[in-house]
Design a protein around this ligand. Structure first.
Ligand code: ARG
Ligand code: ASP
Length: 717
């Protein structure tokens, strides 16, 4: 073959093989992505996905409680999301004899569906560009706080003049680091009821061990229903409410996915930072992630030791452990992935290309000449303060005695304020929950494990004098220090504390000055609030301004590149294709898992890998109904969609916009997609919709729910 042909084919295959990163705003798909999506196999137009003039897929997508995503799948307002998204609702309805966490829950009819105070779903009605109004009067040289108050004023003005329909709401969010502002008109429903959930042994199969991992076998889904007033409009909970008739319900495809099939994720990704300069990425890899991981290593090790030995402690600490371990495990994957893909070097290369192009254009050079250097150097300046922040915040949030004392300090500060009653109620609820699951012994050992980090790892200037003094006083022995603080702190006495805040807390507050634990907490806070916070705020403001200019500069300099805004919990579309990956040299992961993999992982009686008898039975009989394929039951699959936290529960849609899965996680090696997406190892994990339907129908016997849904394309068996 001629050399140029090899080259051309090379370029073409790179162009096609490379999946696309990005979390795109649905209103811009038509201009930015439609062609590319169709090239990857999509059979829809951008207007089928997002339109304000006709029904579109977006009308079936909801923000689930503000922290996850859900999708409408029936004309009676049925919503699918993840098990871990519905978990709090499932937990709240659970008791020892109606243990829905352990056994699952299935309403046999609508009257059995369970209301959830505080839970809501939000639809996006439309998205408008309001940048001109919001940025009116904002000048380039403005101080950050001056700029922000101008923007806040403009947004308030805008809110007054925005015409909202009945039951509509609106909010404005910044995009591209504050270069753009969009207004989201929303409709929120507050009566959302629990319809069904599998047992945790299916919905959270593999728990922490399998979390962030592929190959995965979790049936991570739960079922809810939106209720509306008799006029089909949002209404506060009432037994008289009726199932909501949606503008759009997704059609479900039973066809399954194969290698390279087009997929799309439609949902509410929470937060990413894709446009950081190299110095910031370097710090994530070598400073901040390792610091946070190290503190959590210590805390988790203590918890695990006690949880292994004591069933009661296992129950008390399970949920806390899962929460702390989730980010801890993600950060480790992030460091690994950034290291393996040369994330910092990729940034340096990008910066070199940017600088070259910038310098080639005098006009741009004059405007953005040193912005990149300035930004990198601002990050260098924030480095020691960022590290201290991570140590401090990780420490005070993992020692629950500190959390309790800080909660009480906040309550004290609210004394006499108009919102005191609200603060009191919040503190009461939070403290009740804290005490319920607190073991002073475990917490004491966590204290003894974390204080060495605070004392030994930091610049001495950042250590509170009272901490140094107590450390000396207790013989520079962390165990002894812990024993002294935990031996007789009144703040561990839940009865006394709860009674005091209910009646008269003044005597309790007086102990802030004498209780050594409280003295330590106050001293650490004082040093942080006066020595660290102001510096952090000042540097962060500088970084925000520079990051904004750098963003603008990138968009003006690299005119051939398409930019998507960082995730900010607003509605986005990611697209990609079904594909496996190489997690390490010599290993290739396939893109599908099956029920026999669940059986391979099965450990009878294990808290993570037990499998319910009924599911084992169905497996033995291969009783998969129309949901199986070639005698196998598909469970999960992966694709190259760019997702993040908040995308949990998002629909995975096929080329025709049919529902084929529910997104719930990412692969460990690729969690750095939050900072630097790399097509070679970034994959999102979805539960196959056929497994979801199989569990609802065959496992739970809730076939009446399936009858509500619109299914297409079965294998006909
Ligand atoms: N890692 C997933 C996400 O961030 C799922 C977490 C829930 N599952 C679990 N075993 N903790 O949030
Ligand atoms: N598990 C995440 C969530 O709960 C999704 C992710 O981070 O990929 O939103």
């Amino acid at each position: 073959m001629k050399k140029w042909m090899v080259l051309l084919i090379g370029i073409l295959t790179i162009g096609f093989a490379k999946a696309d990163e990005g979390m795109w705003l649905p209103q811009f798909l038509e201009n930015l992505n439609e062609k590319r999506m169709q090239q990857l196999g999509m059979k829809l137009t951008a207007k089928d996905i997002y339109s304000i003039n006709k029904g579109s897929l977006k009308d079936a997508i909801v923000s689930f409680g503000g922290f996850c995503t859900g999708e409408v799948v029936s004309e009676k307002g049925l919503v699918l999301t993840n098990h871990h998204c519905g978990f709090e609702s499932i937990q709240k309805h659970s008791t020892l004899d109606k243990n829905y966490i352990r056994d699952g829950f299935w309403a046999r009819n609508q009257t059995e569906e369970l209301p959830n105070a505080g839970l809501y779903v939000t639809f996006i009605v439309r998205i408008d560009d309001v940048s001109a109004q919001v940025l009116k009067g904002v000048e380039p040289g403005m101080m950050e706080n001056e700029r922000q108050s101008r923007i806040d004023r403009n947004i308030n003005e805008l809110k007054k003049t925005t015409v909202l329909g009945d039951f509509e709401n609106g909010f404005v969010s910044p995009f591209f680091d504050g270069n753009k502002y969009y207004l989201f008109i929303t409709e929120t429903f507050n009566d959302v009821r629990l319809v069904g959930a599998p047992p945790s042994s299916i919905g959270n199969f593999g728990q922490d061990s399998d979390n962030w991992m592929w190959p995965r076998h979790t049936g991570d889904f739960s079922v809810f229903r939106i209720y509306a007033g008799r006029n089909n409009k949002p209404a506060a909970y009432s037994p008289d409410n009726v199932p909501y008739i949606p503008k759009k319900a997704l059609t479900i495809s039973l066809k399954g996915m194969k290698q390279d099939d087009f997929t799309m994720i439609f949902g509410f990704p929470g937060r990413t930072t894709e446009y950081l300069p190299s110095e910031a990425v370097q710090q994530i890899v070598s400073v901040n992630d390792p610091a946070k991981i190290m503190v959590r290593d210590q805390a988790l090790a203590v918890m695990k030791r006690y949880m292994r030995a004591d069933e009661g402690l296992k129950i008390k600490y399970a949920s806390k452990y899962a929460g702390i371990a989730n980010a801890w495990k993600k950060w480790q994957g992030e460091v690994l992935g950034l290291t393996r893909t040369g994330g910092v070097q990729k940034k340096l290369d990008y910066e070199a290309a940017f600088t070259q192009r910038l310098n080639a254009d005098n006009n741009l050079k004059n405007r953005y000449g040193t912005v990149l250097q300035d930004l990198n150097s601002a990050y260098k300046d924030i480095k020691p303060f960022g590290l201290t922040r991570d140590y401090y915040l990780e420490t005070i949030s993992k020692i629950e005695l500190f959390v309790i004392i800080n909660r009480l300090r906040t309550l004290k500060a609210a004394t006499g304020k108009p919102n005191y009653e609200k603060e009191y109620a919040a503190a009461r609820d939070k403290l009740t929950e804290l005490y319920k699951n607190l073991s002073p012994t475990v917490d004491r050992d966590i204290f003894a494990a974390l204080l060495p980090v605070y004392i030994e790892k930091q610049d001495p200037a950042f250590i509170a004098p009272v901490a140094k003094q107590q450390f000396e006083q207790y013989g520079k022995n962390y165990q002894q220090w812990a024993a002294a603080l935990y031996g007789n702190s009144v703040f561990l006495d839940s009865a006394k504390v709860m009674e005091a805040i209910k009646t008269d807390p003044s005597a309790l507050y007086a102990l802030f000055d004498t209780d050594p634990a409280a003295q330590l907490v106050s001293g650490m806070a004082a040093l942080y609030d006066t020595g660290i916070t102001p510096k952090l705020n000042e540097l962060q403001a500088r970084i925000n301004g520079l990051q904004r200019s750098y963003m603008q500069a990138q968009m003006e300099v690299l005119t051939d590149k398409k930019f998507y805004p960082d995730a900010n919990s607003t509605l986005r579309v990611g697209f990609g294709k079904v594909d496996g990956y190489y997690p390490a040299d010599g290993i290739k992961y396939d893109y599908y898992t099956y029920l026999y993999g669940v059986m391979e992982k099965y450990v009878p009686g294990d808290y993570e890998f037990d499998v319910p008898e009924k599911l084992r039975q169905l497996y033995r009989k291969k009783d998969y109904g129309r949901y199986g394929t070639n005698g196998k039951m598909p469970v999960c699959f992966i694709a190259s969609n760019h997702t993040t936290g908040g995308n949990s529960g998002s629909p995975a849609l096929d080329a025709h916009g049919n529902l084929v899965g529910i997104n719930f996680d990412r692969v460990w090696e690729g969690t750095m997609s939050d900072v630097n997406y790399d097509a070679s190892i970034c994959r999102n994990i979805m539960v196959d919709i056929r497994y979801v339907l199989f569990i609802i129908d065959k496992y739970a016997g809730a076939g009446h729910l399936i009858s509500e849904m619109k299914l297409t394309g079965g294998s006909g068996r």
